[in-house]
Ligand binder design. Structure first.
Ligand SMILES: [Zn+2]
Length: 103
C-alpha cells in the first residue's frame, strides 16, 4: 500500500495529507487535480496537484473556502483506501484555477 503524501500547511508546522494516487492521476491525465483539506488549526487549504510538479497550497481560508470548492462543477472523484475516503476534483482547464482564485 502506498503511504499518503504530506504537505506543509501552516506556520505552526501542521501538515495535511493526501493520497499519493492524486499525483499519479495528475501525471497520467496531464491534468490538474484539486482538493480542500484542513489542518489542526481548522484553516482550510485549497491545494492543486500539477502534473509533474506536485502539490501546492494556492489558497487558505475558512469554511467558506471549503463550500466554494464543493460548489464547483469540476468532475469529482472519491479515492478510498485503508486511510478512508478522500474527495478530490479533476480541474477541467488550468484557467478554472485562475478563476477560482480570483472569485
Ligand atoms: Zn495549522
Amino acid at each position: 500500500m502506498t503511504e499518503p503524501l504530506s504537505l506543509r500547511a501552516c506556520r505552526r508546522g501542521h501538515v495535511i495529507h493526501y493520497p499519493a494516487v492524486l499525483d499519479e492521476r495528475a501525471n497520467e491525465e496531464g491534468q490538474e487535480v484539486a482538493f480542500c483539506s484542513a489542518c489542526e488549526c481548522g484553516t482550510v487549504y485549497f491545494v492543486v496537484v500539477d502534473p509533474g510538479d506536485g502539490a501546492r497550497v494556492l489558497l487558505s481560508g475558512g469554511r467558506d473556502l471549503q463550500e466554494r470548492f464543493e460548489a464547483q462543477a469540476w468532475p469529482g472523484r472519491i479515492h478510498s483506501d485503508h486511510e478512508g475516503t478522500f474527495f478530490y476534483r479533476l480541474v477541467p482547464h488550468p484557467l478554472d484555477i485562475t478563476l477560482f482564485l480570483k472569485a
